[in-house]
Design a protein around this ligand. Structure first.
Ligand code: 4AD
Ligand code: MG
Length: 431
């Protein structure tokens, strides 16, 4: 008999099929056992009736321990009470390997214990749902950018330059040279945009930040589009369309997962472009009105500031035109002001913080050279990057969306550690 997967059951109603599965949970009486089964593609209940399967198989079924691997044979029937919609009326049970004393029981465990057992914790219903949402966002990302004429380009992970400042770099030896793990693929994506027009990347990025917050990972995944001949305002339009597309895709393709996560989908259903925009100047004024005296014009926002601003909207909000002093060297100055740059951060609703950072890029050779000097960067390492503003430079813009923060927001999970399969956190490299 062919082994099918749980997600294929809808096509096999009334048939006897076999699935390979693990036991997630069970309850039983003297006559009937309910097995909660999972196979990675989904979760289904297997019903074992003593009168149907006989004494021996029933005894086996009742004795199965959590996370034991099995082959289960049975008839697929419609079950209107479960949100999955089907169950398996079991006729045979074969144990592949018994799992003894599985450490993660259905009771509550502390976070450190779960993080130490991340390799097993991933099997739980909630973590399964979060990983499926993550996968859907990645799928919808490729769909959106390919639909809009972007080409996927892969920037290097080992680099000699640091787009986002030199303070939080991971350094490694590259034979006789120093190399750094990429903080952002942006500078390479700018070169790629000059070759291919509109490009996007998706890959891991690294920040040796000593931050231990619910929004910070040491290794996180970023989607970085870069667009030739696109100015600041148009870049914001691409961003709001992209974010709307991924939210609507998750709503459409992950309804069971969102239900399992207890996500309030009415909040997500509202997420449609356009998004509101507020300037940094107005944001500072707004915060002062709200009683935040701890922040002055020129300071960067902290999490409480971002949350206060986001709370006024039920949509993600762009904060635009930040002071030049708190942003990286490559951002294009405002045409009429020398104190702010053409940039925006996109702040997610419900306190999830900044999910996108982006800007128009400088394309004037002399200005770029001057900025590199002002930021004390080694001009030798940026020679290639300067070539971009030397040979046929054009206005261009780009942005970076942090995948884990976006997954946290859309899934409604509190902390980014649950949005990456094996999160790298301050003081955590295990498992
Ligand atoms: O704002 P950031 O630092 O921008 C850049 O790296 C630009 N070079 C991107 C570009 O224009 N191509 O990072 C972009 C996003 C943030 O908005 C946030 O969502 C995420 O990356 N991010 C982090 N996510 C998790 N943990 C961290 N430590 C993060 N740092 C940034
Ligand atoms: Mg940022």
């Amino acid at each position: 008999m062919k082994t099918i997967m749980i997600h294929e059951m809808a096509d096999h109603v009334g048939e006897t099929v076999r699935i390979g599965a693990w036991l997630a949970n069970k309850r039983s009486s003297g006559k009937i056992a309910f097995l909660q089964l999972r196979d990675g593609s989904g979760f289904v209940q297997g019903v074992v009736v003593k009168e149907v399967v006989g004494e021996e198989i029933f005894k086996t079924a009742r004795g199965i321990s959590q996370e034991t691997s099995l082959y289960i044979t049975g008839e697929v029937v419609v079950d209107e009470r479960s949100s999955f919609g089907y169950e398996l009326q079991v006729s045979d049970v074969k144990i592949i390997k018994e799992a003894v004393d599985y450490p993660i029981t259905p009771k509550n465990h502390g976070t450190e214990f779960l993080m130490d057992n991340r390799h097993l914790w991933l099997r739980s219903r909630k973590q399964h749902a979060v990983m499926k949402v993550r996968d859907e966002i990645i799928r919808a990302t490729y769909e959106f950018f390919h639909m809009n004429g972007f080409v996927k380009v892969d920037p290097p992970i080992l680099t000699g330059s640091s787009p986002e400042g030199t303070s939080d770099l991971f350094e490694t030896n590259y034979f006789d040279e120093k190399a750094y793990l990429s903080q952002s693929g942006q500078l390479y994506m700018e070169a790629a945009a000059m070759a291919l027009g509109k490009v996007f990347s998706f890959g891991p990025t690294f920040r040796a930040e000593k931050s231990s917050t619910r929004r910070h990972l040491i290794e996180f995944w970023m989607i970085e589009p870069e667009m030739a001949f696109v100015e600041h305002a148009e870049s914001l339009e691409v961003q709001e369309q992209y974010v709307s597309h991924i939210v609507q895709s998750v709503l459409q393709n992950c309804p069971l997962e969102l239900e399992r996560l207890g996500r309030d989908v009415s909040k997500l259903e509202k997420i449609q472009a356009p998004f509101p925009r507020i300037s940094y100047d107005d944001a500072i004024e707004f915060l002062h009105e709200k009683g935040f005296d701890d922040i002055q014009w020129g300071d960067d926002f902290g999490a409480p500031h971002e949350t206060a601003i986001a709370e006024s909207y039920d949509m993600p909000v762009f904060i635009t035109h930040y002071p030049i002093g708190i942003k990286p060297f490559y951002m294009q100055p405002h045409p009429d002001r020398d104190d702010v740059v053409l940039c925006a951060d996109l702040i997610a609703p419900e306190g999830y913080g900044e999910i996108i950072g982006g800007s128009e890029r400088i394309y004037d050779y002399e200005l770029m050279k001057q900025r590199i000097k002002e930021h004390n960067l080694d001009e030798e390492a940026y020679k290639w990057y300067l070539d971009l503003s030397k040979y046929g430079a054009v206005p261009h813009s780009g942005f970076g969306l942090g995948l884990e923060r976006t997954v946290a927001w859309i899934s409604g999970v509190e902390h980014v550690r649950e949005t990456n399969p094996f999160p790298r956190l301050l003081n955590r490299l295990y498992p």
